[in-house]
Write a new protein. Structure first.
Length: 257
């Protein structure tokens, strides 16, 4: 039974990826012929595709809170590559991802075609990336970043890199904190996290062979530009997300400048 479940889910995921490749190829062909899709249209197509991918994953999702109508910088804790389809299905949104994602087979190319921005850790390109992020926000499009800069196993929240919040000040928009939590039998799920030296194919097989787990996505109250700078914004977002994830279990880490 477990083997049949795995193969059935693999087929569904493969079908979604194939559909995404066809859509991306169609957009590329259209651009070659002079018919370019707008960034907003790409966001909407990406949302539709990510919703199909989320449906193929073994999760029961509960969304708590209101989705903002105005463009905001979404900031979320990062546990797994599954965060992207589960959050991306909520509304048209673009992502900032680590540069290594670009090299993932099929999925990296899809992310690039969908308008994902990539950042090299330690490469010193944060000012350029912040300008691109601000331009997205100024053009009325939602953006999502994972300010921890890496994923965790869900039992802690790392410090937030405050430099990525500079785009909010430049664009003059609000921050939408998001807390995502994976649960299995009422405890933190040990299967969903994608951390350390995990490889995508082996992690995908393990995940798809597992029983259905629960995911809680909490859309917390937006943080408006009343804070005096990016460090304060990062600290407010960190406190809000940590409070939603762990209540008063421990003191939050300070944001990194």
């Amino acid at each position: 039974m477990a083997r049949l479940r795995l193969y059935g889910r693999l087929l569904r995921v493969a079908a979604v990826v194939l559909l995404g490749l066809l859509l991306a190829a169609g957009l590329g062909l259209g651009a070659y012929c002079g018919v370019r899709a707008s960034p907003l249209r790409k966001q909407r197509l990406t949302r539709w595709l990510l919703a199909r991918l989320a449906d193929a994953l073994p999760f029961r999702v509960r969304v708590i809170g209101e989705r903002p109508s105005q463009p905001m910088l979404w900031v979320a804790n990062h546990v797994s590559w599954c965060d992207i389809p589960l959050l991306g299905m909520l509304l048209p949104i673009s992502f900032l991802a680590k540069y290594e994602v670009r090299a993932w087979p099929a999925l990296g190319w899809l992310a690039q075609q969908a308008g994902t921005l990539f950042i090299r850790r330690g490469a010193g390109d944060a000012p350029q990336i912040n300008r691109e992020l601000a331009m997205h926000l100024e053009q009325g499009r939602h953006l999502l970043i994972f300010p921890e800069g890496t994923s965790t196993d869900g039992t802690r929240l790392r410090r937030f890199h405050a430099r990525l919040f500079a785009c909010v000040i430049e664009a003059g928009c609000a921050v939408q904190p998001v807390a995502i939590r994976y649960l299995r039998n009422g405890e933190i799920d040990p299967v969903a996290p994608f951390v350390g030296d995990d490889e995508l194919p082996s992690h995908l097989r393990k995940l798809l062979a597992s029983e259905v787990a629960q995911v809680e996505i909490r859309l917390l109250p937006p943080i408006h530009l009343t804070a005096p700078g990016r460090n304060a914004l990062a600290e407010q977002a960190h406190r809000a997300i940590e409070g939603a994830l762990f209540a008063d279990r421990h003191e939050p880490e300070k944001a990194a400048a």
